[in-house]
Design a protein around this ligand. Structure first.
Ligand SMILES: [Fe+2]
Length: 362
């Protein structure tokens, strides 16, 4: 891996993959799958003044070929003529698409807040998985080193060999490099919310942005998330999920939760209610969230929430400090009934529940 900072992340977006590559030094990159080469779309110019590169590859192509090659050439001085460049280097990766139609294992984590080592242990402790989900509040968006830790974590867990899915959290919208965080994630049309379809799974991933109103003094009027959430609603209303055996939604903030949406965090109630109605129509099996730092299960039709929902909501992450405890969720998608197993970073199974009714499984 002489030119790579970490193994690539192969992130799901709609029916494509965004392959994200981080290099140790500035240079150009491209990806080859079979005979096809994928470049970044910079109007014919291969970008070199960056350490992060993103390539969109149709799922069909990578799923069929089951391998890809990352090419890299250092660019020492991009002179107007005869730039100084290094030798062309390459690294081949095998890829394991989700070909099963039952018993699909997805590991879910959120609220890492820079506890990268614990997050890695949590996922690796779950055994062989088919997909990895990281759902927001990764670390800090204050330096490039912080941002690319997200890709290092995904690279270490997936080895560049299985798909991942990444959602943004409210903390990821803060800091000097907040505007760059989406360079390290898959996005569709410039936004971090989209629908996805991968193997036997179809779903949507939401992006709430910040957790308070745009005019909150903490933000000094640097965001416009209220409009972003309205645009997101318009987008989600048009989504028609692919006809797959397993359907779920992912959202960092449980926007229907009376606990999460209280006090200064109780924002845009009517709009979030509309988000909820949109998900109701999608017929998802469940929604998985984070943000509250406590694992939880909210059944469908729950009267204590801000509004009723036709699907159970799982808060699938827990973070405690002093001493550190990070819990993630192994979701086993099964036609007999899907199961959520909450696993801590020290390898303990905290609880195992049936996703349909929240009942404990021994
Ligand atoms: Fe959060």
């Amino acid at each position: 891996m002489e030119f790579l900072y970490c193994d690539p992340s192969v992130m799901v977006v709609r029916n494509s993959y965004d392959i994200i590559v981080n290099t140790l030094e500035e240079g150009v990159c491209y990806v080859k799958v079979g005979r096809k080469t994928y470049h970044e779309n910079n109007s014919g110019i291969m970008p070199s003044v960056t350490l992060v590169h993103k390539f969109r590859v149709p799922q069909k192509v990578l799923d069929e070929k089951k391998e890809y090659i990352v090419f890299y050439k250092a660019v020492y001085d991009r002179k107007t003529n005869f730039p100084e460049v290094g030798k062309l280097l390459k690294k081949k990766y095998t890829f394991r698409p989700i070909e099963k139609s039952d018993d699909v294992k997805v590991f879910y984590t959120a609220d890492i807040h820079c506890f990268w080592e614990e997050a890695e242990k949590c996922a690796l402790g779950a055994g062989k998985i088919d997909m990895y989900i990281v759902n927001g509040d990764f670390g800090e968006s204050s330096s490039y080193d912080n941002l690319r830790m997200l890709n290092r974590l995904i690279g270490n867990v997936t080895k560049g060999e299985i798909p991942s899915l990444v959602g943004r959290g409210n903390h990821d919208t803060r800091g000097k490099l907040a505007e760059k965080v989406t360079d390290y994630m898959a996005t569709y049309d410039g936004h971090a919310y989209f629908d996805f379809s991968v193997g036997p799974i179809a779903g949507v991933i939401f992006d709430c942005g910040e957790d308070k109103y745009d005019n909150h003094p903490e933000y000094r009027s640097l965001n416009f998330f209220e409009q972003y959430r309205k645009d997101e609603l318009k987008f989600m209303r048009k989504v028609k999920l692919a006809d797959k055996p397993f359907k779920f939604a992912v959202c960092h903030i449980p926007f229907m939760s009376a606990t999460a949406m209280s006090g200064q965090f109780d924002i845009m109630g009517d709009l979030y209610k509309e988000w909820g109605k949109t998900v109701d129509k999608m017929g998802v099996e469940f929604m998985i969230c984070g943000h509250t730092h406590r694992i939880d299960y909210i059944p469908d039709g729950d009267k204590k929430d801000k509004f009723p929902h036709a699907y159970p909501v799982i808060v699938g992450s827990e973070l405690r400090t002093d001493p550190t405890l990070l819990i993630g969720t192994l979701v086993t998608l099964s036609k007999k009934g899907s199961v959520a197993t909450f696993i801590s970073h020290d390898g303990k199974v905290v609880r195992k529940i049936s996703i349909a009714d929240g009942k404990k499984i021994d």
